[in-house]
Design a protein around this ligand. Structure first.
Ligand SMILES: O=P(O)(O)OC[C@H]1O[C@](O)(COP(=O)(O)O)[C@@H](O)[C@@H]1O
Ligand SMILES: [Mg+2]
Ligand SMILES: [Mg+2]
Length: 334
């Protein structure tokens, strides 16, 4: 069987009219940057890349050396691409317009350069998440506000998981597809076309240590899962929590499940931990394209109107029927 590389897959998507030539090039540049990050991650202690950078990001989180390095790799790779107007990153205060490019690019790129970075020092899977929006027409200089578009307007989204193998999972709005990095030849090869998330599941992913801080509908939902066969759900559930969103979502895309990071009372001012623009929107697009669902407990994530670049949001995503039940409990309690 002939192998389909990412390059060939993207050319076919372009021929089918699903993406423009510029978007194809943009995705190829991001994939190339992810290969470099994969290389840096896999060197581990030998590459001198583990540990803290000694700096913090705009969200008050301590940055790891690999957070900073991955951000630089993505910025550098995209800097001279004529297809991009500006980048925004979880690790940067404001968006960064792409310099000296004429005519200005048509797209905006957002990324979480290294997701799950608290796992890097213990050699557990981490990843990169990205999202592509159209740059609004008729603007001379891109500013943060131009990125504030609902997730449903994304033209592409993807993530790379740096695990036992490096995989890129991508959607351009025509299904969700998985590619595995062939390290010897240096190319991503299509290994699963049209991923489908089972509608029902017996597996959930949540940080249980926050249980005492949860609101009532979230407590109710998880208590019922924990009650198993003898409870109202009538079946046993298993729990998995990698604490790298990419790895948890990848498992759900592969065999189903529900991933939850709810709003809680620990930090009542924050509407959740995860970032709408860099984590929730791209992952929701990917999950919906695989037949799953994603809400903030009340509304579809892709319909939320962002108000800030670094906005946080509650996340319930994965197997459709399970997300519906959790969302119903929240709506009923409203
Ligand atoms: O530390 P917790 O509460 O388990 O949170 C884990 C979550 O935080 C994150 O690590 C946040 O992402 P970053 O590493 O990009 O900040 C998610 O990947 C993960 O799902
Ligand atoms: Mg993250
Ligand atoms: Mg990150």
């Amino acid at each position: 069987m002939t192998q389909v590389s990412l390059a060939r897959f993207l050319i076919e998507e372009q021929r089918a009219g699903h993406i423009t030539p510029d978007l194809r090039l943009l995705i190829e540049v991001v994939a190339r940057a992810c290969k470099s990050i994969s290389h840096a991650v896999s060197k581990g202690a030998l590459g001198g890349v583990l540990g803290d950078a000694g700096t913090g990001n705009i969200q008050g989180e301590a940055q790891k050396k690999l957070d900073v390095l991955s951000n630089e790799i993505l910025l550098e790779a995209n800097e001279w691409g004529g297809h991009l107007a500006a980048c925004a990153s979880e690790e940067m205060d404001h968006c960064q317009p792409i310099p000296n490019v004429y005519p200005k690019g048509h797209y905006l790129l957002l990324f979480d350069p290294l997701d799950g970075s608290s796992n890097i020092d213990v050699n557990i899977s981490v990843g990169t998440i990205f999202s592509v929006l159209r740059c609004p027409d008729g603007i001379s200089e891109v500013r943060d506000e131009h990125f504030l578009q609902p997730g449903r307007t994304q033209v592409a989204a993807g993530y790379t998981v740096y695990g036992p193998s490096t995989m890129l999972v991508l959607t351009v709005g025509n299904g969700t597809h998985a590619f595995t990095l062939d390290r010897e030849h240096g190319s991503f090869i299509l290994t699963q076309r049209a991923m489908r998330i089972p509608e029902d599941t017996k597996e959930f992913a949540v940080n249980m240590s926050n249980r005492r801080h949860w609101h009532a509908p979230m407590q109710r939902y998880i208590d019922e899962l924990l009650a198993g066969k003898t409870g109202p759900r009538g079946k046993d559930f298993n729990m998995r929590w990698v604490a790298s969103m990419v790895a948890d979502v990848h498992r759900i895309l592969t065999r189903g499940g529900i991933f939850i990071y709810p709003r809680d009372k620990k930090d009542p001012d924050k509407p959740g931990k995860l970032r709408l623009m860099y984590e929730a929107n791209p992952m929701s697009f990917i999950v919906e394209q695989a037949g799953g669902a994603a809400t903030n407990g009340y509304e579809r994530i892709l319909d939320l109107q962002p108000t800030q670049l670094h906005e946080r949001v509650a996340v319930f995503l994965g197997s459709k029927n399970e997300v519906e039940i959790a969302t119903r409990y929240h709506r009923e309690a409203q």
